[in-house]
Design a protein around this ligand. Structure first.
Ligand SMILES: [Fe+2]
Length: 356
């Protein structure tokens, strides 16, 4: 009926354009009441020509972060909080607990003699240790004592707890795939009756058994690494050696990818990580990719130019480069950058792209 009217109006006189617009709007109003909408009105924003990110580039400087996290230690205990974490919120996504659209980032602190009780969840977590020495993460029976620069993994549904038997606070960066899991509406979590789990393996067993060029007899392929802690003591000399050998990527520097030693794949199906050494004076070639990336400066000093915005960084500063923003690193001193992103998830779906 509406179409017949439109045809009649269109042939009727000088107000044709006005009439058809009014008739269309009337149609849109009517279908909206039936929870429908015309795709042709939103096509450009639904199927964009290039990635459009909601995130902003941003750097969190450790001087600010550390003093505020220490202050939170006087406000709440780790046990009371379950996890005493200050969320690093992307400035464009306040209130959403996101550093990128798919990744959560936060700074966690455990004070001496505290325990962060055992729990597990579908979201996978990684930790990159920033400060302190001698706190542990226990995962699936292995109690791994952590040092600065260690990269510790808690995979999907793995029970984990933290404790600090040292006499200093310990702080680390937590990154979780929580926003991605919640996007799929697949979050489960549970607490355990006992705050700590039983230790069934020696500290370092998983690194020794799986990441030494041999594998336990009968080890089978799994989609996430069996290694609990990729220690800085083992990984840093490798990037240094690559740099000395001249294996320096023009954008990323002397970089290695943390790998699942069973199949060479990423450490987790949802998140992948790298460690890179940049020689003093390095100026990277501009690069962009579709995986929004969280970086941590482990050593050194420099800056990252993200689409013209300059992020200055030094030790323990955390910064984020959103999806498809062109960026390049400049190193004022020899520097080491840790980075983590959702690239494995995108690659599994066939949607990851890069441009260099
Ligand atoms: Fe957790």
């Amino acid at each position: 009926m509406a179409v017949a009217t439109a045809t009649k109006s269109a042939n009727d006189g000088p107000d044709t354009k006005h009439n058809i617009e009014a008739i269309r709007q009337g149609f849109y109003d009517r279908i909206a009441k039936k929870d429908m909408a015309p795709l042709w009105k939103v096509m450009g924003s639904v199927v964009t020509k290039e990635p459009v990110t909601r995130c902003q580039p941003h750097v969190w400087h450790y001087d600010d972060v550390k003093s505020l996290v220490l202050e939170s230690g006087g406000l709440i205990t780790a046990e009371e909080a379950q996890r005493r974490v200050l969320v690093l919120e992307n400035p464009a996504l306040h209130g959403e607990s996101k550093a990128t659209n798919t990744l959560f980032a936060g700074i966690q602190m455990i004070l001496p003699n505290e325990v962060a009780p055992a729990h597990r969840h579908v979201s996978s977590a990684i930790r990159f240790v920033l400060d302190g020495e001698g706190a542990y993460t226990a995962v699936e029976g292995e109690k791994s004592y952590m040092s600065r620069g260690d990269f510790v993994i808690t995979a999907n549904w793995a029970p984990h707890d933290h404790g600090n038997t040292s006499d200093k606070p310990m702080l680390w960066l937590d990154v979780l795939d929580v926003p991605a899991v919640n996007f799929f509406e697949t979050s489960f979590a549970e607490d355990f009756d006992s705050p700590t789990q039983a230790t069934t393996r020696q500290d370092g067993d998983s690194l020794s058994f799986y990441a030494s060029g041999v594998l336990p007899d009968g080890a089978t392929t799994i989609n996430r690494t069996p290694v609990i802690n990729y220690t800085y003591a083992r990984t840093r000399p490798i990037v240094e050696r690559r740099m000395q050998a001249g294996d320096i990527d023009k954008s990323h520097g002397a970089r290695v990818r943390y790998a699942n030693p069973i199949n060479g794949g990423p450490v987790l199906p949802t998140m992948g990580a790298n460690l890179a050494m940049l020689p003093k004076g390095f100026k990277g070639a501009p690069y962009r990719s579709t995986d929004g990336t969280i970086f941590v400066c482990a050593e050194g000093e420099g800056s990252t130019n993200v689409d013209g915005e300059l992020l200055q960084w030094g030790p323990n500063d955390v910064f984020v480069v959103p999806s498809w923003k062109r960026y390049f690193h400049t190193a004022a001193k020899q520097s080491v950058l840790f980075s983590i992103s959702d690239r494995p998830m995108q690659e599994a779906l066939g949607i990851w792209r890069e441009d260099r």
